[in-house]
Design a protein around this ligand. Structure first.
Ligand code: URA
Ligand code: CA
Length: 434
C-alpha cells in the first residue's frame, strides 16, 4: 500500500477502505509516513469529507493507536458525559455525584487543558486536599465502592490523535466535521465507558457557533459512537450566554455545591437534569426519562446528591466540609460590582468575551505552563431577559488585583441592555440519537 495512492483517492472524492485508513493512522503514529503526506491527506479530507463508515474506521484506528482503559472490573453500565467547550460550564461537577446517587457508575477521566477557566480537575483541586493522582486499580476500586471517581488522563491514550491534532493546527484543517468528531470520540472511546452522553454547545461561546453546524457535529459523533459499539446520544444546548452564574474555578465549585443542595441557578439545574436523565436511562437505572428526572430532582432536594459529593471528595482526600461551608474554598481578595449604565432588559451576554475577561483575571491557562488563580472569576447577577435598573450590578468581579479597568471595559463591551422586551434563549435545541 502506498500513501500516494491514498491521498490521490481521497483527493478525487473516493471512499477509503478500512485497510487504507489504518495504514495511514498506524504509519503516521509510528513515524513511517511524513508530515507532508499526511497534511495533503488531511486537506483532501477537509474538502471531500468522509462517509459515516470512514469516520468510524478513522476513530477506531486512533483508539487502537495507544492504550485503552479497561473498566470491565466495574460492575454496571458505565456512562460518560462530554461537553464541547463552553464558558463556565459546571455540569460535570454536578452530574458526576448526582447520577452516581442513583447508582450509575461514573468513572471520569478528565483533563486540565487550556481555556477560560481550568478543566474539571483544576476546579476540584480548589477543594483543600483533593487529588487525582490515583492508580488505575484504585480508580476502579473507588468507582465500585462509591460509584464515582475522577482521575487525570493516564497512559498513552490516542497518540495518533495527539499527532494529527498538532498537524491540523498548523495546516488549517482543524475545522472539519469528520476530523473533529473522530478526534473527540477517539478519546472518549479509549477511556472505556460503555455509553456516552454528549452535550454539544452552540452559540457565541461555543466551538460551533451556528445551530446547523452543531447538529452536524452531533450527528457525526453519535454515528461514530454507535458504529463502534458505544450507545451514544447528544443534546444540543445553548452557549450564547454563560451557563449558570459563576465563571471561575472555586466560584464554580461553590455554584455546583449550591446546585447539589437544590438551590442552584435554574438554567444550570435544568441542563443537569436533562443530561442526567439521559445518562440514567442509558445506564438502565430508570425505564423512562421522566422517571429518571423525577428521581434526580428528588436527590437534589433530599440531600442524597450532596452526600454523594461529600463521600466522593473524602475518598480522594478532599475536605468535605466545603459542601456545608463553601467559604473554605480559595477566595479572591477584592470584589467589584459592574453597574448598569442604563435601565432596560439584558439582551446579550457574549459568552466568549466573558470567558476572556475571566482569563484576564487569571482563572484560566493561556499556555500549558501557566498557573491558575483558583479564587478569581465573575459571577453574573443578571442573565438574558432580566430587567435591570441603571446603577444596579450586572455582575461581580472577584480579583486578586485592584487594576481591573481593562476587565471592566471588556465586560461592558460584552453585555447589551435594550429598551425592548427580550426572551431568555432556549436552554436546549435538539436531541440527536442516530
Ligand atoms: N477538540 C478535540 O479534542 N479535537 C478537535 O478536533 C477539536 C476539539
Ligand atoms: Ca457556571
Amino acid at each position: 500500500m502506498r500513501m500516494y495512492d491514498i491521498i490521490e483517492k481521497k483527493r478525487d472524492g473516493k471512499n477509503l477502505s478500512s485497510e487504507e485508513i489504518s495504514f495511514f493512522v498506524n504509519g503516521y503514529t509510528k513515524g513511517d509516513i511524513p508530515d507532508y503526506q499526511v497534511s495533503a491527506l488531511l486537506m483532501a479530507i477537509f474538502f471531500q469529507d468522509m462517509t459515516e463508515a470512514e469516520r468510524a474506521e478513522l476513530t477506531a484506528s486512533m483508539v487502537e493507536s495507544g492504550d485503552q482503559i479497561d473498566l470491565s472490573a466495574i460492575s454496571g453500565i458505565k456512562v460518560d458525559k462530554h461537553s464541547t467547550g463552553g464558558v463556565g460550564d459546571t455540569t460535570t461537577l454536578i452530574l458526576a455525584p448526582l447520577v452516581a446517587s442513583l447508582g450509575v457508575p461514573v468513572a471520569k477521566m478528565s483533563g486540565r487543558g487550556l481555556g477560560h477557566t481550568g478543566g474539571t480537575i483544576d476546579k476540584l483541586e480548589a477543594v483543600p486536599g483533593f487529588h487525582v493522582e490515583i492508580s488505575t486499580d484504585e480508580f476502579v476500586d473507588l468507582v465500585n465502592e462509591n460509584k464515582v471517581a475522577v482521575v487525570g488522563q493516564t497512559g498513552n491514550l490516542t497518540p495518533a490523535d495527539k499527532k494529527l491534532y498538532s498537524l491540523r493546527d498548523v495546516t488549517a484543517t482543524v475545522n472539519s466535521i469528520p476530523l473533529i468528531a473522530s478526534s473527540i470520540m477517539s478519546k472518549k472511546i479509549a477511556s472505556g465507558s460503555d455509553a456516552i452522553v454528549l452535550d454539544i454547545k452552540t452559540g457565541a461561546g461555543a466551538f460551533m457557533k451556528e445551530l446547523d453546524e452543531a447538529k452536524e457535529l452531533a450527528q457525526a459523533m453519535v454515528s461514530i459512537g454507535n458504529r463502534v459499539g458505544r450507545n451514544t446520544m447528544a443534546v444540543i444546548s445553548d452557549m450564547s450566554q454563560p451557563l449558570g452564574n459563576a465563571i471561575g474555578n472555586a466560584l464554580e465549585v461553590k455554584e455546583a455545591i449550591e446546585t447539589l443542595q437544590g438551590d442552584g441557578p435554574d438554567d444550570l439545574t435544568e441542563l443537569c437534569l436533562e443530561l442526567g436523565s439521559q445518562m440514567v436511562v442509558l445506564a438502565n437505572k430508570a425505564a423512562t426519562l421522566d422517571e429518571a428526572r423525577e428521581r434526580l430532582s428528588d436527590n437534589l432536594n433530599n440531600g442524597k446528591a450532596l452526600d454523594q459529593f461529600k463521600r466522593f471528595l473524602e475518598s480522594q482526600g478532599g475536605d468535605s466540609r466545603v459542601a456545608d461551608d463553601p467559604d473554605i474554598l480559595p477566595q479572591a481578595t477584592y470584589t467589584f460590582e459592574l453597574p448598569a449604565k442604563k435601565s432596560g432588559t439584558v439582551s446579550e451576554i457574549i459568552a466568549d468575551n466573558i470567558g476572556t475577561a475571566a482569563m484576564m483575571l487569571g482563572a484560566g491557562r493561556a499556555t500549558k505552563e501557566s498557573e491558575i488563580d483558583l479564587g478569581v472569576g465573575i459571577v453574573l447577577n443578571k442573565k438574558i431577559g432580566d430587567h435591570i435598573n441603571e446603577g444596579e450590578s450586572l455582575l461581580t468581579i472577584h480579583a486578586n488585583t485592584k487594576a481591573v479597568d481593562n476587565v471592566k471595559e471588556k465586560l461592558y463591551e460584552s453585555i447589551t441592555i435594550t429598551d425592548r422586551t427580550v426572551e431568555a434563549p432556549p436552554l436546549t435545541y435538539d436531541n440527536i440519537t442516530e
